[in-house]
Design a protein around this ligand. Structure first.
Ligand code: SF4
Length: 126
């Protein structure tokens, strides 16, 4: 499942800058199966595991490309749709230059998916 955004075509990888992408247990295990150690690609903030940055960019970004694109975290696949635990709703992140191309019905679809996965993300035990 992913949100179709033309970032690759437009050469945009702004969302990989200073990322705070939260990871589910499934994301971490999938990336570990590729041979990466969780402590090299992620860190824990307030009990939630998030991607780590190196020199201001996601650990996995190399020459403007994601090294794990086909295995990237769920949050990266659904971006720029993001979910707010406080409001219980998904929205399109203002930061994304291509955010205006996302259809409202896709936002709602992602909201349902993220609600299903949110307990896994927040219940993650390092
Ligand atoms: S995992 Fe890939 S898509 Fe996600 S922030 Fe890192 S480089 Fe970008």
């Amino acid at each position: 499942m992913e949100v179709k955004v033309n970032c690759l075509k437009n050469g945009c990888y702004e969302c990989c800058r200073e990322t705070e992408m939260q990871l589910s247990q499934r994301d971490v295990k999938r990336l570990e199966r590729l041979g990466y150690r969780r402590d090299e690609f992620s860190t824990e903030i307030d009990g939630v595991r998030v991607l780590k940055n190196v020199n201001g960019w996601c650990f996995f970004l190399e020459n403007g490309k994601c090294r794990v694109y086909s295995h990237r975290p769920l949050g990266c696949r659904l971006y720029p749709v993001v979910y707010s635990v406080d409001s219980g709703q998904a929205t399109v992140h203002d930061f994304c230059p291509l955010g205006k191309t996302i259809r409202k019905r896709d936002v709602k679809r992602v909201e349902r998916i993220l609600i299903r996965h949110i307990s896994e993300i927040y219940g993650f035990l390092p």
